[in-house]
Ligand binder design. Structure first.
Ligand SMILES: Nc1ncnc2c1ncn2[C@@H]1O[C@H](COP(=O)(O)OP(=O)(O)OP(=O)(O)O)[C@@H](O)[C@H]1O
Length: 302
């Protein structure tokens, strides 16, 4: 399998002197073509900073990022990003189809080709026939599907997703997770998805990269040994899923002492404090993310 993304010795510092803050420390990893890699890390560890460096939105203090061998220096044309906050990334005054078509304006495509791609991408995400509606006429989950369609319509070499399902209800989240895996398997997309939800990282990923607390460094790079076809109920109840989720929780908490998690998802009694702490860290991260989505490029399609 060819390598799509290479991150070599990446460091990023904000500020300088006394106010210097190291957000990312010495990150090195690759993502292979066609892989869905999940990055999971605690709140504030530097996940978004890492994605900003990969997407060329900020220049790393040290190290390099390569996309299909080319050094990233500015936002690559064949990279797309899906953010958590769909309501700020879709243009309310454009129809759904026009939103999906919008970033294609910069590609050498005729109007008919742009329209064709938009219609096709909306079909991929299960939204045929809504092209003439406006985003605000759709549910939150549907709006996020439109954001995903807009990213896919560009046929990106790499799709970056920053907590893409953190703002929708649990049922919709499950549907969108399944949609993403279906689209990825069907179209061989290469995806790097950041989340602070352990279960989501294991359910979605072909691989899970676990980050440390701030500054982010890689604690583990784990292959997900689950069948390619996943099911929200059967997969999550399987022993392979439960054991991997427990391993990731232990790594995230950093103690390495948290014990097994029961098949029902509750930590085994003697290990409850560690596992619960890991979960609490992540719940806190969820709350912080919901409360503060500032800092992401607003109203700008990617
Ligand atoms: N522009 C900035 N200037 C200074 N510090 C920043 C800036 N952006 C982020 N930071 C700091 O860098 C650290 C990492 O932030 P980042 O947003 O990358 O983390 P994160 O893991 O994505 O957080 P969360 O899980 O809450 O989304 C934090 O301590 C944050 O305060």
């Amino acid at each position: 399998m060819a390598t799509m993304l290479e991150v070599n010795g990446l460091n990023h510092r904000y500020g300088s002197g006394e106010s210097e803050h190291v957000a990312v420390r010495d990150l090195t990893f690759t993502v292979e073509t066609g892989q869905l890699a999940c990055i999971v890390g605690p709140s504030g560890c530097g996940k978004s900073t890492l994605l900003r460096c990969i997407s060329g939105l900020i220049r790393p203090s040290d190290g390099e990022v390569r996309l299909h061998g080319d050094e990233v220096d500015g936002v690559p044309e064949d990279l797309a990003v899906v953010f958590q906050d769909y309501s700020r990334s879709l243009f309310p005054w454009l129809s759904v189809r026009q939103n999906v078509e919008f970033p294609l304006r910069w590609k050498k495509l005729s109007r008919a080709e742009r329209r064709e791609r938009a219609v096709e991408a909306l079909e991929w995400v299960g939204l045929p026939g809504v092209g003439n509606k406006y985003p605000w006429q759709l549910s939150g989950g549907m709006q996020q599907r439109v954001s995903i369609a807009r990213a896919l319509a560009r046929r990106p070499a790499l799709l970056l997703m920053d907590e893409p399902f953190a703002s929708v209800d649990a049922q919709t989240r499950f549907e969108l997770e399944d949609l993403l895996r279906t689209v990825q398997v069907k179209h061989g997309s290469t995806i790097l998805l950041v989340t602070h939800d352990i279960d989501e990282s294991v359910y979605l990923g072909d691989r899970v990269l676990v980050l440390s607390k701030s500054p982010a460094s890689i604690v583990a790079d784990l292959p997900v040994e689950l069948p390619a076809e996943r099911d929200q109920i059967a997969t999550r109840a399987s022993s392979a899923f439960v054991s991997m989720r427990s391993e990731v929780a232990k790594l995230l908490h950093g103690s390495g002492t948290a014990g097994p998690v029961t098949a029902e998802g509750a930590p085994a009694a003697e290990d409850a404090p560690e596992a619960e702490q890991a979960r609490a860290d992540l719940t806190e991260a969820d709350a912080a993310e919901q409360a503060n989505t500032a800092g992401e490029p607003a109203s700008k399609p990617h």
